[in-house]
Design a protein around this ligand. Structure first.
Ligand code: PEP
Ligand code: MG
Length: 568
């Protein structure tokens, strides 16, 4: 009690609230049953009961994302194919419980084989639905969270679970496993829920209702805090809320350091319909549009017209602010269902990003064409440019860049100038160490760089960014990663090119001055972080940023970097 317990800082913010420990319930049931007709009847009733529970929850949720996901669960529950699969199991002599669970597992597993982020989430949804029905059958009631604010403690949490969290009541998130760049952590940040992940099995033994301080900034929790510690945490919370309110007030002011050094602050998006929201939060552009989400949202490859329409939605909302669109970044761990690929032993080192795109250049060509055409100046505002920056993911050297550029340049020739973007640049992401090491060669040919620190850290330190135990060590403030960024910026600036950072590191409070000091020209962060990153920039001047960058570069480990920066 009252002792700080370390974990991984996954989403900033501070929470003080009682915990609600969500244990995955245990279900005990016989594998086999004698009377198939009776088992079938039990299953029908349990499904109806589960659907009624969900319907009640949908009503309570009163619209929004939560209601949408629960409605989707209800639909899954009523899926005749699922019932049919379970019925067959019952006919073969299984109990209702066993047959149902086999049907759920088979369906979930089939989803996982498709294994892209969105479809993998549906596997978690299916199991969730499955457990609800098992709960009815086994008369195990699923734990209902309290009505009052709480900190949710679980073993691990899937992206769909995070999306379902009631942001009114869930003040914080604490998990035993998981890492900071896992997509559930990215979602927690998007929802503004403070989170500490990967804190170890011990957190699951916390007593329900016990008070906890969760510090999403430092990545630690303090169970049963003393009155003194609690008071000081409350003071920090109030201070933080004041800072957030101030940052929000000043969100439309240009992003610059105290002495007026401009660093553009842009937003990372996965969905073009959120562009207007990003602008409303003060984003000066979109610094990373993850276009793979557009492709994943369709059952087959979106055609030229569909893509033009979606990109135009973002450009319209941006109203003259730049759009940095990344070309399709799938493959490896996130294949597209309609793009069959052989199984790989090391998907992160396999066919992904630009490598994959170059195996089917016609897909890349359609996407480039759609981007170029979407950014054509509207006829009624021909004088208003729509700045378009296109970047290629996972480039390892200039060969891949040249192959893509050949397509790009042919399109510029083919499409009449009036029908396409005029203010357009072609750049590469720096995510593979070889690209940073060869930045001087690349810089001579590309228009810009954007450093993807999530992947750059993963490949530099040889740590899977989603590894349940190791990802805590995949810290972008590692001196090795910082040196690669330093080399990238030096090469770019020597050729008059600009450099952005669009990985999660760009919104890390300690990292912001370091990146600015290294000479980074643009920071692209989740839309919610935009006001705070702008506010952070106003806290220091360029000379201080340079000092901090040198200080960080001189350290030997990421822990030493963080300690040295914190001590300043
Ligand atoms: C990155 O790798 O840092 C990045 C921004 O791309 P993603 O997170 O989509 O891989
Ligand atoms: Mg990446």
């Amino acid at each position: 009690d009252d002792t700080p317990h370390p974990g991984v800082a996954a989403s900033p913010g501070l929470a003080i609230a009682p915990v609600f420990v969500l244990q995955t319930p245990r279900f005990d049931y016989p594998e086999r049953a004698a009377d198939p007709a009776e088992q079938q009847q039990r299953l029908r009733q349990a499904i109806a009961e589960g659907a009624a529970q969900l319907e009640a929850l949908v009503q309570q949720a009163r619209g929004g994302e939560v209601a949408q996901i629960l409605s989707m669960h209800e639909e899954m529950l009523r899926d005749p194919e699922l019932f049919e699969a379970a019925r067959e199991g019952i006919q073969e002599g299984r109990s209702a419980e066993a047959a149902w669970w086999v049907a759920i597992e088979t369906a979930a597993h089939a989803q996982e084989m498709l294994a892209d982020r969105l479809l993998a989430e549906r596997a978690a949804d299916l199991r969730d639905v499955g457990r609800r029905v098992l709960g009815v059958l086994c008369e195990v009631s699923l734990p209902e969270p309290p009505e009052t604010p709480y900190i949710l403690v679980t073993d691990d949490i899937g992206p769909s679970d995070v999306a379902r969290l009631d942001t009114q009541r869930v003040r914080g998130l604490l998990t035993a496993r998981g890492g900071a760049t896992a997509h559930s952590a990215i979602l927690a940040r998007a929802l503004g829920i403070p989170a500490v992940v990967g804190a170890g099995e011990r957190v699951l033994t916390l007593a329900g209702g016990q008070e906890l301080i969760l510090d999403g900034e430092r990545g630690r929790v303090i169970p049963a805090p003393s009155a003194e510690r609690r008071a000081s945490a409350e003071q920090r919370l109030a201070e933080r809320q004041r800072r957030e309110a101030e940052a929000w007030q000043a969100r439309f002011e240009p992003a610059q350091t105290r002495d007026g050094h401009r660093v553009e602050v842009a937003a990372n998006l996965g969905n073009t319909t959120h562009a207007a929201d990003a602008v409303e939060r003060g984003a000066e552009g979109i610094g990373l549009l993850r276009t793979e989400f557009l492709f994943m949202a369709h059952a087959r490859e979106p055609d030229l017209a569909t893509q033009i329409e979606e990109y135009r939605e973002a450009l319209d909302a941006l109203d003259g602010r730049p759009l940095v669109a990344r070309t399709l970044d799938v493959g490896g761990d996130k294949p597209l269902p309609y793009w069959p690929m052989p199984k790989e032993d090391n998907p992160f080192l396999g066919l992904r990003g630009i490598r994959l795109s170059l195996t089917r250049p016609e897909v890349l060509e359609t996407q480039l064409r759609a981007l170029l055409m979407a950014a054509a100046p509207a006829s009624e505002a021909a004088d208003k440019p729509q700045p378009l920056r296109i970047m290629l993911p996972m480039v390892k050297d200039v060969g891949e860049f040249r192959a893509a550029r050949a397509i790009f340049e042919r399109l510029l020739d083919e499409i009449p100038a009036a029908e396409r973007a005029t203010d357009v640049q072609l750049g590469v992401m720096i995510e593979v160490p070889s690209a940073a090491l060869l930045a001087p060669v690349l810089a001579a040919e590309v228009d810009f760089f954007s450093v993807g620190t999530n992947d750059l850290t993963q490949y530099t330190l040889a740590i899977d960014r989603d590894h349940p135990e190791l990802s805590a060590q995949a810290d972008g403030l590692h001196p090795a990663v910082l040196r690669l960024i330093e080399m990238t910026v030096a090469a770019a600036h020597a050729h008059g090119k600009w450099v952005g950072v669009c990985g999660e590191l760009a919104s890390d409070t300690l990292a912001v001055p370091v990146l600015v000091g290294l000479g980074v020209d643009e920071l692209s962060v989740s839309a919610r972080q935009v006001p705070l990153v702008k506010a952070r920039l106003r806290e220091f001047d360029l000379a201080e940023a340079r000092t901090q960058a040198q200080l960080a570069l001189a350290q030997a480990t990421s822990e030493a970097v963080r300690d040295a920066l914190e001590a300043r």
